[in-house]
Unconditional design. Structure first.
Lengths: 225, 476
């Protein structure tokens, strides 16, 4: 018998409770999230204060203005090389800006760009799939157009978030979008720059991932920043 | 008659406990760390009623998952396989290590980089791989520090909690080439970051644990703050995850209450920096991610706990560490004294299944039964009840109709059993009791000064010259 058969046989031989009842997670958590789910709730404000408390920087901008803002922040932070997703729309918009840092698109596999990504790139920029207000969390739906290492390896991570895509809580995002039937290879929830408190409980940012997380919130046109 | 009655064996556990309580640095490190963690957790659960509501749901999810464990494991395996993940099963540490070695050999891999995984500590992966020329480097900052010092973690969430920053500063200076002494935490972390990044980039295989495995989607969820878990599961061409068989849940939404409870209970954070859901290797067209993903499902004694409905509750654990943070014994003796991978209350109830009672029969007794562990446990494991149960199993034969645990009765002490048998006989026979009381009060000067384990830290029990009955009679 294989290890698998032995283990399963032992588990099957154990006394079993009669008909287990599936927990009603949505029903039992409804009260907890009711206030944030209400139409008048300030989801953006909740998101913003939670993620800022986790040491992220939040800037309100717009679909037209973000490239100039990124270029200005790059200058301020001394970013000489910025990595962009493969699709090319972000890099194209950024390259139109005067004084843009050196920009490269993640068009090849990680194996081909590893050296540049690890050793020469100061910042990466990605698009958020959405966000979660309760905990100040960004949802990164990685895949063909969104390499996962772009939000991980460079020391600074810029992320574009559409203001209309902020959910109240994780359960709402998960159920309304039907995640269980369509998960990508790697789904990520990101709630701040990387950190550790492993030395004498002293919090230090920039453990292994980005030292800085900069959220660029795209307000719908017409809403003042 | 006053010769010491030192019949209770002084084992290594007692020796280690004694040494730990005599170490003021260690006491200070744990006391301040535990106070800090308790206060941070408390701040996350300001409303006791809301906490009880949430943890009742956490418990329900874990109990439901365990009630369908064999079916869920099969469902998980089928969905992971469909997603392109290779699933392996291991009955014990030896089998799990053999699987690691086989995968490493098939890729000619000699450099492994590992994210935090207590299960890999349980099988002593680093040590076993080193025997075969495979280098396995820890990348969690705390784990890296303890590995550098040739130690094991002393806490399941904060592995280097027993060390002061000055000790870590000296360690880096001595063990890492070219590093000057600095006790700035930021600088120390940046040194670790620099060294480990080179290893993330060049390692052949990344290793990780699993916090939750989702059966319906075939996904592995990893919870972390540092980003090393993401590095290990993103950069190297091969990723091997290892988990205990109990970590599976059925629905993706079942993860929500558990992930709401886990970081709040562990470190007093509402959420961790990263929640990483992996559902397969790199797909065509994707630029990064491992090309091969493996999952090892490890039993290692868990099915023994599963076989008994009371002990099965041990497997509800989500490894938050809150029980150790609140344990007065753990706070005083620290994690290493237990001599097990998992210290503290959870270690006392889970280690007997992994290592057998012969090696662990003293652990269920290393508790004051104050109940703090059970009160804070986010999945409501009745830890004190299970400790009582294991005390019985450690010192008695199995009850009729119940299978014996590994090492059943290993802590049985003939003299203690005899003493209790005598006590029971005397106290259940009035004639014998009167005779005993008469003799004990008259001959009390014969009482030995050293009484088994009792007098190790207490004054001896000496019968009064008059029994209570006699005194009451005289008063009347
Ligand atoms: S037994 Fe409960 S409190 Fe202890 S680590 Fe497990 S889940 Fe946390």
């Amino acid at each position: 018998m294989s290890a698998r058969d032995n283990i399963l046989a032992r588990l099957r031989a154990a006394p079993r409770s009669s008909a287990p009842v599936m927990p009603d997670v949505a029903g039992r958590l409804a009260d907890r999230y009711a206030a944030l789910r209400a139409p008048e709730a300030d989801r953006f404000g909740t998101f913003r204060s939670a993620i800022e408390a986790a040491h992220a920087e939040v800037h309100e901008t717009s679909g037209a203005e973000w490239p100039a803002l990124v270029v200005r922040l790059c200058r301020e932070k001394g970013v000489a090389m910025l990595a962009c997703p493969p699709a090319g729309d972000l890099s194209a918009a950024l390259m139109l800006e005067p004084d843009a840092p050196e920009i490269w698109g993640y068009g090849e596999t990680m194996e081909a760009v590893k050296g540049r990504l690890f050793d020469a790139t100061d910042a990466g920029i990605t698009r958020a799939h959405g966000a979660i207000a309760e905990t100040g969390t960004l949802i990164a739906w990685t895949g063909v157009d969104e390499p996962r290492s772009l939000s991980l390896v460079p020391p600074i991570h810029f992320i574009l978030l559409d203001r209309s895509r902020i959910y109240a809580d994780l359960l709402q995002a998960m159920t309304e979008e039907g995640w269980a039937g369509r998960l990508p290879t790697n789904l990520l929830l990101i709630s701040g720059p990387s950190k550790t408190a492993d030395i004498q409980q002293t919090l230090a940012y920039g453990a292994h991932g980005p030292k800085e997380l900069i959220v660029l919130v795209l307000n719908p046109e017409g809403v003042a920043a | 008659m006053n010769a010491p009655l030192n019949y209770v064996p002084r084992s290594d556990f007692k020796k280690r406990t004694f040494a730990a309580t005599q170490d003021p640095h260690l006491r200070q490190s744990f006391r301040s760390a535990m106070d800090f963690l308790m206060a941070k957790r408390q701040a996350q659960f300001p409303d006791q009623e809301a906490f009880e509501h949430l943890r009742a749901l956490g418990e329900e999810v874990r109990r439901y998952s365990l009630s369908r464990l064999p079916e869920l494991l099969e469902q998980l395996e089928a969905n992971l396989t469909r997603n392109g993940v290779k699933v392996h099963w291991a009955e014990d540490a030896e089998e799990a290590n053999a699987i690691f070695l086989e995968i490493s050999r098939s890729h000619g891999a000699t450099r492994l980089i590992k994210g935090k995984s207590m299960v890999s500590e349980e099988i002593e992966l680093n040590h076993e791989m080193a025997k075969h020329g495979v280098d396995c480097l820890e990348s969690d900052m705390g784990e890296y520090i303890v590995q550098l010092d040739g130690e094991k973690p002393s806490h399941i969430i904060m592995p280097a909690i027993h060390k002061t920053k000055e000790q870590i500063a000296r360690l880096f200076h001595e063990k890492v080439p070219g590093v000057d002494y600095t006790d700035s935490v930021d600088e120390l972390i940046q040194i670790g970051r620099r060294i480990l990044r080179e290893n993330f980039r060049d390692a052949h295989i990344g290793v990780s644990g699993v916090n939750f495995a989702v059966a319906e989607t075939g996904s592995l969820c990893l919870v972390e703050n540092e980003g090393n878990g993401r590095m290990c599961t993103t950069v190297p061409p091969v990723h091997i995850a290892i988990t205990g068989i109990e970590k599976v849940v059925e629905k993706l939404e079942h993860v929500v209450p558990l992930y709401t409870l886990l970081p709040r209970s562990a470190t007093g954070q509402a959420i961790t920096t990263y929640f990483n859901v992996i559902s397969g290797p790199r797909k065509p067209g994707e630029k990064d991610g491992p090309k091969e993903v493996h999952l090892i499902l490890l039993d290692n004694g868990r099915s023994q706990a599963y076989a008994d409905e009371q002990l099965r509750q041990t497997l509800q654990c989500i490894r938050c560490g809150a029980c150790m943070n609140h344990c007065p014994v753990y706070t005083r003796i620290g994690g290493h004294a237990y001599g097990t991978t998992y210290p503290g209350p959870i270690g006392e109830i889970v280690s007997p299944h992994m290592m057998g009672l012969t090696a662990t029969h003293e652990l269920p007794f290393a508790s004051s039964l104050c109940g703090a562990c059970g009160d804070v446990c986010p999945v409501k494991i009745p830890i004190p009840d299970i400790l009582m149960r294991l005390r019985r199993e450690a010192s008695h034969e199995a009850e009729p109709g119940r299978p014996a645990l590994r090492g059943q009765g290993a802590g049985r002490n003939r003299l203690v059993s005899l003493a209790f048998a005598a006590w029971r006989t005397i106290y259940s026979h009035p004639g014998l009791y009167r005779l005993y009381a008469w003799a004990a009060s008259r001959l009390n000067f014969l009482t030995p000064k050293s009484q088994l384990g009792w007098t190790a830290s207490r004054t001896p029990l000496i019968p009064a010259r008059q029994t209570l009955r006699d005194r009451l009679k005289n008063r009347a």
